[in-house]
Design a protein around this ligand. Structure first.
Ligand SMILES: [Zn+2]
Length: 136
């Protein structure tokens, strides 16, 4: 039994339920900011899940989106945040734009992220990034 390929029987995408498509096992080990990842699928290391290509892409986007949103929320609440550093904020900004573009081209699979939420967060990051660069 090869473990680098899709198992032969009874495996479907854990997000949208698609079968008869190529599946990949996602290991969600580190978050966007390089920290140990434990939010979306706390038991993911013990029981890896399988996703089709479309959902695995979205699952990665969802993970980064939630990481960035949590940090922006902290920043908005006056707490220390991973995006306090301007370069990290810029990185988050670019990633959100990428997420928005990728969601816009998404045509199949489950919809794991609401594009409206990405737009809202992007606007919040843009206003932060604007004030950060103006103060240097
Ligand atoms: Zn799927």
């Amino acid at each position: 039994m090869a473990d680098s390929t899709t198992p032969a029987s009874a495996v479907r995408c854990d997000a949208c339920g698609a079968d008869r498509v190529p599946l990949m096992k996602l290991s969600l080990g580190k978050d966007f900011f390089g920290r140990t990842y434990d939010r979306l699928s706390p038991s993911s290391d013990a029981s890896p899940k399988w996703y089709c290509e479309s959902c695995s892409m979205q699952k990665n986007l969802q993970r980064d989106f939630r990481d960035i949103k949590a940090e922006i929320d902290k920043l908005g609440g006056g707490q220390t945040s991973a995006v306090t550093a301007p370069d990290q904020l810029q990185r988050a900004h670019l990633r959100l734009r990428e997420i928005q573009a990728l969601l816009g081209s998404q045509v199949s699979g489950a919809r794991l992220i609401d594009p409206a939420d990405v737009t809202t967060l992007l606007q919040r990051v843009q206003s932060r990034a604007g004030s950060a660069s103006a103060s240097t």
